[in-house]
Design a protein around this ligand. Sequence first.
Ligand code: SAM
Length: 263
Amino acid sequence: MNDAFSGRAKKSLGQHFLHERGVVDRILLALDAKPGDCVVEIGPGQGALTLPLLQRHGALTAIEFDRDLLVPLAAAAAPHGDLTLVHADVLDVDFTELAAGRTLRLVGNLPYNLSSPILFHALDHAAVVRDMHFMLQKEVVDRMAAPPGSKVYGRLSVMLQAWCEVTALFPVGPGAFRPPPKVDSAVVRLVPRDPVQVGIEDARHFAAIVRAAFGQRRKTLRNALRLCCDGDRIQAAGIDPALRAEQVPVADFIRLANATTPA
Ligand code: SAM
């Protein structure tokens, strides 16, 4: 993009810079930032999303780990709006502190090697996250949004769909990036649900049940969960213990976890 950005894309930081304007426009349209929204971009890179977002929205916070990108990015952004650039590993950023009483709208073309840790880090701060629009590896988006019974329905699907409304928005081919990644990508929207409505009584126990159930996904719930709860309690929760995890809807996992929460 800009000549000010010298040097190669760093593989270790998952750098694949978006250059297709049509894709940028679709992300901006999906985000639909309104005046007053507190938009935070993760991994602005060379500014493919940052600069158009600034032009539209006027102000933005962006968190970038690569020190070499900071000066040219700040210079490129200056004519377009008010960019607050945070030099940090996003996994060390306390979103609750950053929000300072507001709610955040997270957006980013994420480094794919870190996408799950970033998602779960954001979910740790779900109370201050209004929504997330992320570009991820398509295979990960497919798993996140998969319905029960699908081949790719698994732990990631249940953990994310329990806490968020997950919508796969559109696929993006490798040619939209420089250098092109080896995999297809897709944009996904996640909207954290109200935890009271989610109704999970013990988040750690819920996570443990889901992990155990999918740890042995070919086994029935009765066998896969033998160490956490007996078949009678699964039955008492109104769930057939002969089912395999991949057949069990998210709401049933929540019921099962609540019915077997240790006292
Ligand atoms: N948003 C830019 C674009 O669309 O062209 C760059 C996307 S590139 C896939 C991922 C970006 O995340 C890179 O700029 C990379 O340096 C940055 N990054 C990688 N690891 C990071 C981390 N732990 N914290 C913050 N940014 C990180």
